[in-house]
Design a protein around this ligand. Structure first.
Ligand SMILES: Cc1ncc(COP(=O)(O)O)c(C=O)c1O
Length: 289
């Protein structure tokens, strides 16, 4: 029987029964960091990179996620074994801890460590065959001087507002621009545009999350015969692209069919996206340990 399990500070329960204090800073302030992973062949993909980013995100907020082996890796192995799913969705959430609803963080006892494992629900195959609908949101990506998108924090209102707007317009994913009007990233993904066979994605300096899928695609592209560049993209670059695709842990390389209702290229997923998706799917099982 596949199952959804959670581990909160070492206590394992069914995911729906797991609880965190109402005084937790994660609940009160979004003062928490997280990672979403998935398994290939039952093992987590690039756990090393995800744990490094989790630690780096927490360090930017000024707290420590605790010991890696005992606090993070072993509980994950334990939960994956207990859940027994063919493939799992994995979420780490680490908050600063339990406080008193004030900004007096000296009183916070933490961190609070939450781990959720549940059966993976893959993206529908039709999404890869037909592409998904994108909308450029009016909501801009947080300015890095205010709340740096490089921090993968649970303070997700910026992403949520953009997603609400995109969904209201019938789109699957919002694309957010930065304060300068350049393309930043998707609400839960990084963005690539392909023109004349060259793939381009905004640089980290555009104010984005350093996506692990994005980085893997950058690494795999040369061997897949694709030229890829980190370069600023204007919204017009998306509209005029031959292909646009999103990258994320759960989306892998997901082609776009339309942007704001206008077809991307031929309106069908293109060969560069396909080649990178194939390369990614060949790479992923070998890097899931
Ligand atoms: C805002 C944002 N950008 C990019 C990504 C892609 O990151 P990754 O490839 O590490 O999953 C995510 C994933 O959740 C995200 O939330």
């Amino acid at each position: 029987m596949p199952s959804s399990l959670a581990c909160v500070n070492g206590k394992v329960t069914a995911a729906e029964e797991a609880t965190v204090s109402v005084l937790d800073n994660g609940f009160a302030f979004g003062d928490a960091v997280y990672e979403t992973l998935r398994t290939y062949g039952g093992r987590p993909f690039h756990l090393d990179r995800h744990l490094a980013r989790l630690r780096a995100s927490a360090a930017r907020l000024g707290f420590d996620v605790g010991p890696e082996e005992d606090g993070l890796r072993r509980p994950l192995d334990d939960l994956l074994a207990r859940a027994g799913n063919a493939e799992s969705y994995i979420r780490f959430i680490v908050s600063r801890g339990r406080g008193d609803l004030s900004y007096d963080f000296g009183r916070v006892q933490g961190p609070t460590l939450v781990l959720v494992v549940r059966p993976l629900v893959p993206m529908p195959a039709a999404f890869y065959e037909e592409g998904v609908l994108l909308a450029v949101a009016s909501v801009r990506r947080n300015h890095p001087d205010a709340l740096d998108p490089a921090i993968k924090s649970c303070n997700l209102l910026n992403n949520l507002l953009a997603t609400r707007e995109a969904r209201a317009r019938g789109a699957f994913e919002a694309v957010l621009l930065n304060a300068a009007g350049d393309v930043a990233e998707g609400a839960g993904s990084n963005v690539f545009a392909v023109k004349a066979g060259v793939a381009r994605t905004p640089p980290l300096s555009a104010g984005i999350l350093a996506g692990i899928t994005r980085q893997v695609v950058l690494e795999l592209a040369p061997a897949a015969g694709v030229t890829v560049r980190e370069e600023a993209l204007r919204p017009a670059d998306l509209r005029e692209a031959d292909e646009v695709f999103l990258t994320s842990t759960l989306k892998e390389c997901l082609p776009a069919r339309t942007i704001d209702g206008v077809p991307v290229g031929t309106g069908r997923p293109g060969p560069v996206t396909r080649r990178l998706l194939d390369a990614y799917r060949r790479y992923a099982p070998a890097h899931s340990v």
